[in-house]
Design a protein around this ligand. Structure first.
Ligand SMILES: C[S@@+](CC[C@H](N)C(=O)[O-])C[C@H]1O[C@@H](n2cnc3c(N)ncnc32)[C@H](O)[C@@H]1O
Length: 314
């Protein structure tokens, strides 16, 4: 996916290139304050903010590739240096990718309310979600929500309350100041009510620093390897804590100087499919992530590389 946006690399953050969580210096090469928008859609709000506040830094998270490309084009056209974009699921980004204690404010404008019960897992207003937001906020930092759905806003209030981490402001109905996004315009012209919720983070959560910064996952093996040992464990799940690994199959190069092992990993509920490369290097073998389909370097990915190395080592 990152290939298609390569030419915007200056503002696009390819999180697979880094150890997770990212460091603030990898997001911005200068001091903050730093702000985050979740689900920027057309990007109107971020563009406006980045232009009006050139001394502030902004990051946008979006699931949609088309939205990312559109915003990146505008960023490039306007020559903005203070706005960076991540094509990612906000749930994963907040949990594992973004640095802790880094943002002065997090904005969420008109998130999809997903009112149906069967879609409730996609709703970004659960207690768990707001705990993840608290990890990236600096103490005293704010979370601001604009929505046209009163149910969504009320759900957010009860989630914020149940975390015990936020000072929750009163819910404002039809606030005088808007955010000027496409969805705000859509709901205003449909005569819908708008709700604004502003809360500040009181204290930090135990979820902070969940990921230690570790080495790049690769292993050096001296001597020969035995790839037949993998046969017994194809498709057998290897579980360690919240990480799951499955090795699916092996592709062998001519001359048997390198192998590619197709692998699936799951961290909690975040799954990735990629290849681990084993390549002969002088008197041994290097086991490393293949550079084509690059996964995020999560604990399960590191477990996969380490486990594969120990299985094939003779
Ligand atoms: C209703 S639109 C609102 C867009 C924009 N904020 C506005 O006010 O016009 C919601 C946006 O959130 C994005 N989105 C939904 N779930 C997301 C997630 N888990 N992570 C990142 N973006 C998400 C969607 O792709 C969509 O662009």
């Amino acid at each position: 996916m990152e290939r298609k946006v390569d030419h915007f690399l200056g503002n696009f953050i390819d999180a697979t290139e880094y150890e997770l969580p990212l460091k603030i210096v990898e997001l911005f090469h200068r001091a903050g304050p730093n702000f985050l928008e979740i689900g920027f859609g057309g990007g109107e709000f971020l563009l406006q903010m980045a232009q009006n506040k050139p001394e502030w830094n902004f990051v946008g998270l979006e699931l949609s590739m088309v939205s990312c490309q559109k915003l990146l084009k505008s960023v490039l056209r306007k020559g903005l240096k203070n706005l960076r974009v991540l094509l990612i699921d906000a749930q994963f980004a907040l949990d594992r990718v973004l640095p802790s204690d880094s943002f002065d404010g997090v904005y969420m404008n008109f998130p999809c309310p997903w009112p149906k019960k069967r879609h409730s897992g996609r709703r970004l207003n659960s207690r768990e979600f707001m705990e993840k937001v608290s990890r990236v906020l600096k103490p005293g930092g704010f979370f601001q929500l604009y929505t046209d759905s009163e149910d969504f806003a009320l759900g957010m209030v009860s989630s914020l309350e149940s975390t015990g981490l936020y000072n929750i402001g009163a819910m404002e109905k039809n606030p005088s100041e808007g955010v000027n996004t496409r969805y705000e315009a859509k709901w205003l012209s449909a005569g819908r009510q708008i709700f604004r919720l502003y809360s500040t983070l009181e204290s930090s959560t135990a979820r902070r620093d969940v990921l230690k910064e570790e080495e790049m996952p690769h292993k050096w093996l001296s001597g020969e390897i035995d790839m037949d040992r993998l046969e017994e464990i194809y498709n057998v799940p290897i579980i360690e804590g919240e990480s799951l690994v499955k090795f699916l199959r092996v592709f062998k190069s001519m001359g048997e100087e390198s192998y590619l092992v197709e692998t699936i990993t799951v961290d909690n509920d975040y799954s990735q499919r990629f290849y681990i490369n084993l390549v002969r290097k002088e008197a041994g073998w290097l086991v490393q992530l293949d550079s084509q389909a690059k996964p995020f370097r999560t604990p399960a990915v590191k477990l996969a590389v380490n486990r594969l190395a120990s299985i094939v080592q003779q």
